[in-house]
Write a protein that binds this ligand. Structure first.
Ligand code: MUC
Ligand code: MG
Length: 446
């Protein structure tokens, strides 16, 4: 089978030998000319030749060759007190996909407080990837992310964090191979920087106030999310009021109840919080209490934000259809990946629901992934909380994300625009710690 050369047809007034035509035309090796016919006009003859060459080689398909998932445990800068747990360490799963052309992609799956926050833990994420997702995806076309995602959904029901970690690594790989940032793959950035809130969750009002004032003075954060729900509602309101008074109009105050309240608590809380100038309540009631969430949304001026209830586009649709929330906390991990998160965003925008860029307290890698997507969305009415790496005592990226002027800079460069510091990753990987502990045990017992 041969193909027509891009230069298509050659006309010669005389029938020259093919080799001469080919030399004159500067036709490269591998091509040849073939006479097509001639016509006569007056005294001259016009010869037509077609230039033919080999069929263009079919583009080699880049395949998914290998998927590795490891757990790392990194201490937090202070205890992070949530209604359901206190975190002293954040554990995340790092995924590295190797492709047949030698390229790589990185992704992250994070969860909070073991299984106390939600139905997935880092251990379950690693197990789902190693046992079910990796075998299902090996050998698939690396660039066909939609096909790989559909395949993953078939092989693994639920488990959005595990699927997200792998899907993110596929996007990073595609970006790196094509020389485009993931923001470009999602339509291009509309922001170079995104505003970043900080979570105050030391468990002590004065410590939180000192921390907030330090952040304001350093121009690092001016929007503060307070973790409440552990204490009785009345005490929580007093705690929020003290911090709100100290911050004044230098910043905004929001709260995250992490599902801890009954509707009765939440009614009392919503009224009290709105009176002291708090602007938003995140997931006040359990994630399956949609009717209660809607009652609060309909009854108070303070914005009600959906978080844990949003486990992907179908949940987003359910919440939007009943307008059970004013704001969506969009989380890449909780949504099942970048594409489903962008679907959640699309549903919110179509329904007139405001947006907040949420986190599962990912390290710099997962945070960069979310930033790439969030940079492509025009309106983040309540900003973002892309502060995950700042809660960790150590940085695992070779170049940290840039935080300044109350915002984070969208990383440039292919994929997520970041790379891992392999020494740090090796230092914090759980299997290494376990084996060192094991080795120490052997020595101690000897
Ligand atoms: C959550 O529920 O939003 C996000 C920020 C933070 O401090 O905790 C997480 C979880
Ligand atoms: Mg939340």
């Amino acid at each position: 089978m041969s193909a027509i050369h891009p230069q298509a047809l050659v006309q010669e007034v005389t029938a020259l030998p093919p080799s001469l035509v080919e030399r004159r035309m500067g036709i490269g090796s591998g091509y040849r000319t073939r006479p097509l016919g001639y016509w006569t006009g007056g005294t001259s003859r016009c010869h037509l030749r077609v230039i033919e060459g080999p069929e263009p080689k079919a583009r080699a398909v880049t395949k998914i060759d290998r998927i590795d998932a490891i757990i790392i445990d990194v201490p937090t800068v202070r205890g992070h007190v949530l209604s359901m747990t206190t975190m002293l360490t954040q554990s995340v799963v790092l995924v590295r996909i190797r492709f047949s052309d030698g390229s790589e992609g990185l992704g992250e799956g994070a969860s909070i407080g073991g299984l106390s926050y939600g139905p997935e833990s880092v251990e379950s994420v690693k197990l789902a990837i190693d046992t079910y997702i990796a075998p299902a995806l090996l050998g698939m076309d690396a660039d066909a992310i939609a096909a790989a995602s559909a395949h993953m959904e078939k092989a693994v029901k639920g488990n959005p964090i595990a699927r997200a970690a792998v899907e993110c690594a596929l996007w990073d790989g595609l970006g790196r191979r094509s020389g485009l940032s993931v923001a470009q793959l999602f339509g291009g950035r509309v922001h170079d920087r995104l505003p970043v809130a900080w979570t105050l969750a030391s468990g002590n009002s004065q410590t939180d106030i000192d921390e907030a004032l330090r952040m304001l003075d350093a121009r690092r954060h001016r929007d503060f999310k307070l973790k409440i729900g552990k204490r009785p509602v009345k005490q929580d309101i007093a705690h929020v009021a003290a911090i709100a008074a100290a911050v004044g109009d230098r910043g905004t105050i929001r709260v995250d109840v992490n599902q801890a309240w009954s509707l009765t608590d939440a009614r009392y809380g919503a009224r009290g919080l709105q009176e002291i100038g708090c602007v938003l309540i995140e997931q006040p009631v359990a994630r399956d209490k949609l009717a209660a969430l809607k009652t609060l949304t309909d009854s108070y001026e303070i914005a009600i934000m959906a978080d844990e209830v949003l486990q992907g586009p179908a949940d987003a649709m359910r919440v939007a259809a009943n307008r059970s929330a004013d704001v969506f906390a969009v989380k890449v991990c909780q949504s099942g990946g970048l594409k489903p998160a962008s679907d959640v965003i699309a549903i919110a925008r179509a329904a007139g629901i405001d947006l907040y860029g949420g986190t599962m307290l990912e390290s710099g890698l997962g945070t960069a992934a979310a930033i790439q997507l969030f940079a492509t969305v025009p309106d983040w009415q309540f900003g973002t909380e892309m502060f995950g790496p700042l809660l960790l005592k150590d940085e695992i990226l070779s170049e940290p994300l840039e935080y300044k002027d109350f915002s984070v800079t969208v990383p440039q460069g292919p994929g997520f625009g970041v790379s891992l510091d392999d020494d740090k990753v090796n230092f914090y990987r759980r299997d290494r710690t376990v084996s060192l502990r094991g080795a120490a045990g052997v020595i101690a017992g000897a």
